[in-house]
Ligand binder design. Structure first.
Ligand code: CP
Length: 322
């Protein structure tokens, strides 16, 4: 794997390899010393042009747990404020010879462009409305742990599908893994032609009980330049996921951040059916696995110099035997 730009680039076997690797990092995370030497001497740049809590913190902690040197740049407070372009910003940071650049940007295709400007491996941490592949991988990881397999599972993705890069990546990833995916929302919030990704479309929650997994999406009002629903109150009346609509056997997911009382009720977020905290925890080990596969995987051998300690490049904690 050269870059992680889109789930479209990954087959089922490649997804499973990343998830299996993440399982091994979850095991490392249960040890006292959670750090491994895999990326010692290598540099990871985290470059975020949009707000983030989960993705930025988990990629940064993942890089640190792999012993990489981390450079963290947020657009606010950087020379982007002075008018520096994305290309010049990437050229500047590439002068440090990073092994990987993790980028979030409001424009679809930004990560692909960056991949053409740098020798570093590029990870798409969300590009506009296009894709959020690491979110989809952590979502599949979370479900695989609960359900063993996604084959034949019915997953409903409910809400603002139009503005959601998570929805696009999740439809691709869930269907690759054998699930039957339905996207549901008001017609104004469902992109035309989304069935082409292999999902069904519903415009009401009448048949929600068919779902094994309900995946609620945030209303992305920051991406809405016009009114897509009459009001958030009316949207919630028709599409909010709450305990009245959720069956006790159904699992509940959300990529975060949640808008309690809009697309999801507070009591649903905090219910035993909710996997939201598990999704966040999965983000760390899955992002460790992504950096590992990109920088130390089979197609890109890790150039960690032999320091004579005998420490392997794989996920063995520092200070612990292999
Ligand atoms: N799910 C997600 O991308 O969350 P952040 O915006 O907090 O990174």
């Amino acid at each position: 794997m050269r870059n992680l730009l889109s789930i479209e680039d990954l087959g089922r076997e490649e997804i499973e390899a990343i998830l299996d690797r993440a399982e091994s990092f979850a095991e490392v995370g249960r040890r006292d010393i959670k750090k491994v030497p895999t990326l010692r001497g290598r540099t990871v740049v985290s470059l975020f042009f949009e707000s983030s809590t989960r993705t930025s913190s988990s990629f940064e902690l993942a890089a640190k747990r792999l012993s990489a040197d981390l450079v963290s740049v947020k657009a606010a407070g950087s020379s982007v404020d002075k008018g520096e372009s994305l290309k010049d910003t990437v050229a500047t940071l590439s002068a440090y010879d990073p092994a990987a650049i993790v980028i979030r940007h409001p424009y679809a295709g930004a990560a692909q462009m960056v991949a053409g400007w740098t020798a570093a491996a590029v990870v798409n941490a969300g590009d506009g409305k296009h894709e959020h592949p690491s979110q989809a991988l952590l979502d599949v990881y979370t479900l695989r742990r609960r359900l063993d397999s996604l084959d034949g599972r019915r997953i409903w993705i409910v809400g603002d599908v139009l503005h959601s890069r998570v929805a696009r990546s999740d439809v691709l990833a869930f269907t690759r893994m054998g699930a039957e995916v339905t996207v549901c929302g008001p017609p104004t919030l469902i992109p035309r032609g989304i069935e082409g990704l292999g999902c069904a479309v519903e415009h009401s929650l009448e048949r929600l009980e068919e779902a094994d997994v309900v995946y609620a999406l945030r209303m992305q009002t920051e991406r809405m330049s016009e009114s897509f629903v009459p009001s958030l109150r009316e949207y919630a009346a028709n599409f909010q996921i709450n305990s009245r609509r959720l069956h006790p056997r159904q699992l509940l997911m959300h990529p975060g951040p949640v808008n309690r009382g809009v697309e999801i009720s507070g009591e649903a977020v905090d219910s035993p059916q909710s996997l939201i905290a598990e999704q966040v925890a999965a983000g760390l080990v899955v992002r460790m696995a992504i950096l590992y596969e990109l920088l130390a995987g089979a197609e890109r051998p890790a150039p960690v110099p032999d320091d004579g300690s005998g420490a392997p490049a794989g996920p063995t904690p520092i200070g612990q035997p292999a």
